[in-house]
Design a protein around this ligand. Structure first.
Ligand code: TRP
Length: 332
């Protein structure tokens, strides 16, 4: 069976964008692949994290994985720092990847901003750790959003250079699984910016832990235009807010956009928002409740992560032994 690895940053405030863009897809892949899903706490600390908040966010993310339907027995659910092989392999990849490759990474440029001199070395080497996450398991498929495509390309380059330099075929060349339509969920207040945990307005996003009242209120307040809904997808062009709400509806209801517009074409947003609230409460309500229940039991969450960590180490140990042998290290 092909192996999947994917990581999500434990950064708190999980929202609808994280769910539709990543977590929900993970749930769908669990029957077809052997899956390792990881809260990447080591990536998180490439920028400052309050230690207690990091621990809490890591548990929340694990709770979201489980509440959304990932089975912690048939998948590995873990936090990255449980398995030191990620960091060990990342060091080796620091010596494989070239400065020129990392200099091209757009995420570093965005996150480092103007004050690049003051960015952590970890933020710069971030993609090497990501490649190590994946290749320590010889994972072949990686479900990610569009924004991670460049990092996956780098992972392929690292695997290729390692294989070439050491005359081996140790590492597979991974394939991205860029998932489904409507995975790019935009802010409810501004259809041109991504739904984000760092948007100062809580009304811009639906958090996974929002109850029915909060969900209804945020959808009611969501920005729209004054035209009725179009009957065909082409009519959404240039109407970012309308396109976003229709996309969210389609994703939550598991229907095609064209199909949704066949039903709602000509309706006013007031009616459509009612239907959207219904499907959002129906799909997200139980997940939020289960998350709350799980987060209230940190001992259980921690035991899932520890068990995942142990199983993860069992997968990577023989692969790391091969890497050590290949590189010329003595030891295991
Ligand atoms: N960089 C990814 C993100 O920000 C998270 C991540 C870390 C990841 N390691 C990974 C994703 C390995 C896929 C595979 O979304």
């Amino acid at each position: 069976m092909d192996r999947i690895f994917s990581g999500v940053q434990p950064s708190g405030n999980l929202h609808l964008g994280n769910y539709l863009g990543a977590i929900r897809n993970f749930v769908r892949l669990q029957d077809q692949y052997e899956c390792i899903y990881c809260a990447v706490d080591m990536h998180a600390i490439t920028v400052w994290q309050d230690p207690e908040e990091l621990r809490q966010s890591t548990r929340e993310l694990a709770a979201a994985f489980i509440a959304a339907g990932l089975d912690p027995k048939s998948n590995v659910i873990m936090n990255q720092s449980q398995n030191p092989n990620h960091a060990e392999l990342a060091w080796i990849f620091n010596c494989v990847a070239r400065l020129g490759w990392l200099n091209r990474m757009t995420q570093f440029k965005e996150k480092a901003g103007k004050d690049r001199e003051n960015a952590s070395v970890g933020l710069y080497a971030y993609p090497n750790l990501m490649a190590a996450d994946i290749l320590a398991y010889k994972a072949t498929h990686v479900p990610v959003g569009e924004d991670q495509k460049q990092h996956l390309e780098l992972c392929r380059d690292i695997a290729q250079k390692f294989n070439h330099d050491f005359k081996t075929e140790l590492f597979p060349i991974v394939e991205p699984l860029i998932l489904g339509p409507a995975t790019r969920v935009m802010s409810l207040r501004d259809g041109s910016s991504k739904m984000s945990k760092s948007d100062p307005s809580d009304n811009s996003r639906i958090n996974l832990t929002d109850g029915p009242d909060a969900i209804a209120q945020k959808i009611r307040r969501a920005r729209t235009d004054s035209e009725p809904l179009p009957s065909e997808a082409a009519g959404l062009e240039g109407r970012a807010e309308a396109a976003n709400l229709v996309g969210i509806y389609a994703a939550l209801a598991d229907r095609e956009i064209a199909d949704v517009l066949r039903d709602f074409g000509g309706s006013m947003f007031s009616d459509f928002k009612g239907a959207l609230t219904e499907v959002a409460v129906d799909k997200l309500g139980p997940i939020g409740e289960e998350m709350q229940r799980l987060v209230a039991d940190p001992a259980y969450i921690d035991s899932v992560l520890a068990d995942g960590g142990a199983r993860a180490r069992a997968i990577t140990a023989p692969i790391m032994a091969e890497v050590y042998e290949t590189v010329g290290f003595i030891g295991s």
